[in-house]
Each structure stands twice: as C-alpha cells, then as structure tokens.
Write a protein that binds this ligand. Structure first.
Ligand code: ZN
Length: 162
C-alpha cells in the first residue's frame, strides 16, 4: 500500500469511531507552539484532549510571523489567553548555524537556529509579550521537552502586568 493509501485507509476506521468536538474554541483557552519533531506527542505530553488547545508547529518551535498570525486569531477570535512555547532536547535546530542549514537545504532562509534553549525561549516570549495585538494573552510559559525521558523543564514564565 502506498503512503497515501495507508492514510486514507486509516481514516476510514478513524471516522467510524470518532467523537466529534462541536466548539472550535479551545476549552483550555490554550495555544501550544512547538517543534514539528516527530517524537513529540503534544497532547499526551501535556495531558490535553481533542478540543482543548491550538497546537502550532514549525521547525524548532520558534515564534515566527506565521505563529503571530495564528495567535492573533487564537487570542482574539477563539478565546485563547495562555500560550506555551515548547522547544525540546536533541532538536535539529540546536547547535547549528544558519550558514550550515542554508548549505544543507539550498534555501536562503533565516532558520532561527537555537544556541541555548533558555535564551531562545526568553527571546520568543519577549516577542509575544511585546506584540501589541496579542494583549488577550495573559500568561506565557517556555518549556523544554526532553525527547528521551518525556519530562518537561519549566524554563520561563511571563504574566501580563495587571
Ligand atoms: Zn525540533
């Protein structure tokens, strides 16, 4: 079976058994920004269920313009007031340079490589906190997920001043 056929076959079983969620507003009023890394099961790792949270994923779990675009909608339209930025150990963006990644991919992009998770999380959370249209976000946390142990290191916490 091809990769695509396997997906469609799996979907038949899924659709037959699925419990649908009617409300598009995340019930935990939460958005999680994390890496696309295949080893991170975001819902299981954080005790979340379908309908609880927005999950916004990209390479590195970095705050990019597209993350800001999504959070503008999460926070203003869909009731989200809490954001978690969750990077992880053994990330492909850690300990590399833009130059290396440009050579590797042939893409002349800013890849937002990570030298130090604490510094990257502080920088990304500072962007979220300072973005004028994200004022509905009241609490932001920065985590590092350990892909070996599954444990989370709680690195940064920010709350909007009253
Ligand atoms: Zn990663």
């Amino acid at each position: 079976m091809t990769q695509i056929a396997r997906l469609l076959a799996a979907n038949e079983a899924y659709a037959a058994a699925r419990a649908s969620v009617a409300d598009a507003n995340p019930t935990r009023r939460l958005a999680v920004i994390t890496c696309m890394d295949a080893r991170i099961d975001v819902f299981a790792a954080l005790g979340l269920h379908l309908g609880d949270a927005h999950v916004i994923r990209n390479a590195g779990g970095r705050v990019t313009d597209d993350v800001l675009r999504s959070l503008a909608l999460s926070s203003h339209v869909l009731g989200v007031d809490t954001a978690v930025v969750m990077q992880h150990t053994k990330c492909g963006l850690a300990g590399v340079t833009d130059e290396t990644l440009r050579q590797l991919t042939g893409a002349d992009l800013g890849f937002l490589p990570i030298d130090d998770h604490a510094a990257a999380l502080r920088s990304d959370i500072a962007i979220l906190a300072a973005t004028p249209y994200l004022t509905p976000l009241k609490v932001i946390a920065g985590f590092v997920f350990d892909v070996v142990s599954g444990e989370i290191d709680d690195i940064v916490r920010w709350e909007r001043p009253a």
